[in-house]
Ligand binder design. Structure first.
Ligand SMILES: Nc1ncnc2c1ncn2[C@@H]1O[C@H](COP(=O)(O)OP(=O)(O)O)[C@@H](O)[C@H]1O
Ligand SMILES: [Mg+2]
Length: 312
């Protein structure tokens, strides 16, 4: 029997990096496909190592079909946690990075391996979020046509990891009221509908207040991380109502305990943990490695749905 993943001499061929193609057809039975991950690469379908818990046990989150919300006061370690997730995404050739960072420097280093990097410009942010929404709609059409309910690992369709540092920058601080409202609606739609289409939203906010993270939006995030907060109620806004009253409050994290957080997975109990930390040197090393892993199939900065469609 010939195995398409093997070359003439029976040696395992390096699999092609999945490319974005809006007309890509999903197979009806994804489990039957034989797709291996290149040596040295990770997959966005695998658990992402975040750090260790109070007992020194590893804490990992599986973000596929989930979203993650991180909240906490400035300097509590949110952006650093986002960097770990982006690092895993960068080393996963089945993952495309769409990064939104109003400060530009937190996620900025990764722009070399990102398909999209949005800095402080609200027009750019809206254009890219709309593009992602279009991409999501195209993917749902494909999923429906294949009589499936979600994309899967072996479909060869890249997962899009959309990471937004300081969500409030785009929804409260910059732009006009209409622009802020539009960003809010787009992010809500992506968080609400993106999961089955392989679009993961990871967002951080230093203002965990009800106007920025309304309960209805918070509840759409399967994973929540509460870094140090100044009040029990802001901790509850991230984790959900009632946890602080049961002793799970990010107010109890000492100010000097940067990188400590309560992490909550849907349906579970909050777990106190300490995030791993990537220094600038670590990040540069990972980027060099990620560039090598991604080299065969990279698209430019505008590798989204609209531009891909325009090329057809
Ligand atoms: N897990 C960690 N371990 C050790 N130091 C950390 C950790 N996370 C963050 N730091 C330090 O704290 C600083 C502030 O963290 P940052 O992630 O930027 O916070 P935030 O995004 O919440 O404002 C970082 O520049 C880094 O020096
Ligand atoms: Mg930050």
């Amino acid at each position: 029997m010939s195995d398409p993943a093997r070359g003439d001499r029976g040696r395992r061929r390096r699999p092609h990096l999945p490319r974005f193609n809006p007309l890509h057809k999903l197979r009806a039975t994804p489990e039957s496909a034989d797709v291996s991950v290149p040596v040295g690469a990770l997959s966005i379908y695998d658990p992402i190592h975040l750090g260790v818990d109070e007992d020194g046990l590893p804490v990992a989150v599986t973000l596929i079909y989930r979203n993650l919300l991180a909240g906490g006061e400035p300097g509590s370690g949110k952006s650093s946690a986002l960097n770990i997730i982006v690092g895993h995404g960068a080393l996963s050739p089945d993952c495309r990075l769409w990064l939104f960072d109003g400060k530009r420097v937190e996620l900025g280093p990764w722009r070399e391996v990102a398909d999209v990097f949005v800095g402080s410009n609200p027009d750019h942010a809206i254009a890219k979020l709309r593009e992602l929404q279009t991409e999501m709609d195209i993917r749902y059409a494909m999923i429906e046509a294949a009589k499936r309910r979600k994309i899967a690992r072996h479909d060869g369709l890249d997962v899009i990891l959309c990471v937004i540092d300081e969500l409030a920058y785009f929804t409260v601080t910059t732009g006009t009221k209409d622009q802020q409202e539009e960003v809010r609606n787009l992010v809500r739609d992506l968080v609400a509908r993106g999961r089955a289409a392989g679009i993961i939203v990871v967002a951080a906010t230093q203002r965990p207040s009800a106007d920025i993270i309304p309960t209805s939006l918070r509840d759409l995030f399967g994973y929540r991380m509460a870094f140090r907060c100044t009040t029990d109620s802001s901790s509850d806004i991230i984790l959900s109502q009632g946890w602080a009253g049961q002793g799970y409050s990010a107010k109890t994290i000492r100010p000097e305990a940067i990188g400590q957080a309560w992490v909550l997975a849907e349906g579970g109990f909050p777990r106190r943990m300490r995030c791993a930390y990537l220094s600038d040197v670590h990040i540069q090393t990972l980027i060099s490695h990620a560039i090598r892993l991604r080299a065969p199939g990279r698209f430019g900065d505008d590798g989204g749905a609209a531009s891909a469609l325009a090329k057809l």
